[in-house]
Design a binder for this molecule. Sequence first.
Ligand code: IPM
Ligand code: MG
Length: 371
Amino acid sequence: MTIPHKKLLLLPGDGIGPEVMAQARRVIDFLSQSGVATFEITTDLVGGASIEAFGAPITDAVIAKARAADAVLFGAVGGPQWDREPFDNRPEIAILELRKQLGLFANLRPAPVFEALIEASPLKADLVRGLDLMIVREATGGIYFGEPRGIETLPDGSKRGINTEIYTTAEIIRVGRVAFDLARQRDKRLTSVEKANVMESGLLWRETITALAAEYPDVALNHMYADNCAMQLARNPRQFDVIVTSNLFGDLLSDLASMLTGSLGMLGSATLGATLPNGKRHALYEPIHGSAPDIAGKDKANPLAQILSLAMLLRTSLHLPDAATQVETAVAAALNAGYRTADIAEVGAKSVSTTAMGDAVIAALVVGATK
Ligand code: IPM
Ligand code: MG
C-alpha cells in the first residue's frame, strides 16, 4: 500500500493560536509516525504576528503557500496590541483575504453537543441533548465584500459609513448546493435563512434556493427570517439539521449556535472552495473560537477545537476518514476520562492545562492504535 503524501500549511496566528496549534501538531506527528500519511508541513505567520514581521496581516507568499497546500490549518488572529491598526491592516484581514483569494465560499460550522459536556450548555440539557446542527455560511460575498463601501465625508463635514449587501444567483446556487448536498448526507432537512421581508438580496436568495430545491426532492426545505431563526435556535435548536445563510447572518447565527453546545473551545470549522478542473479543492480549517488574548501564553486554552478542525481536514481534504474518526474518538475518550480545560470544567471543578489535554488526546490515540 502506498502511503499518501500531503502538503499542509499551518497558520497558528496570535494569542492562544500557537498553543492550540502545537497540540494539533502533536496529533499530526502521531499520525505520521503511525504511517497514516507522510506530511510535508510548512508553518507561517498571519494576523498580528505577520503585521509585526512584515507590516501586513498576510503576505502574498503565504497566500501562494495556501494555494499550493492540500489544506490549511488556521489558528486564530487578533489582539489588543493591534487595535489601533488602520482598518484595512487589522489582523482579521488575514482570514478574509484567505477566504477571498482562495475562493473559499462555503463555511461549514458544525455545532454538535458532546454528551460528556451537556451540563456546560446554558440551555437545559433536555433542549440540547443530541443536538447536531450544521450551519453553512456563505463566506466570500454579501455585505463583507460588497461595493460601494467606505466612510465618506459629507459636504456639511459629517460622515457616512457605507456597506452593501450583494448576492448574485450564481453565488447563492453554489453555496446552496453545498448545503443541499450536506443535508442529503445527514437528516435531509435544510433551512434557508434571510430577510426576504425587507431585503431584495434576501428575496433573490429565497427564490433561488426555492428553485434549486427542485433538484433535491429528497431534502425537506423550509425558509426562515434571520431574526426568527435566532429566536428558534434558542427556543428549540433540535428543529434544525442544516442551515444555509449569508455571510453576515451566518456570522451571527453560528456564534449563537456554538454557544448552545456550551463549549466554544470544542468547535472546529471548514471553509471550502469549488472543486477545480484538476480535482483540487482549496480548503481552510479553523476553530470557531478567537485568539483569547486574556489567557494567551498561560497554557490554559482548550486545544480540542483545533484538533477537531484537524479531524475535519483529514476527512474532507485528505480523504482519510479513518484517521479523522481516530482523532475524534480520541477527543471523546479524553473527555470521557474526565479531562477538562477551564472553559469546559464545571464551576469549582479541577481543570487541566492545554498541554495536559494534548497529552490525554495523544494517550487515547496510542490506546486506540493498539486495540
Ligand atoms: C468568524 C470571525 C470573522 C468573520 C472575523 C475574524 C473577520 O468572526 O470567522 O466568524 O467575521 O467572519
Ligand atoms: Mg464570527
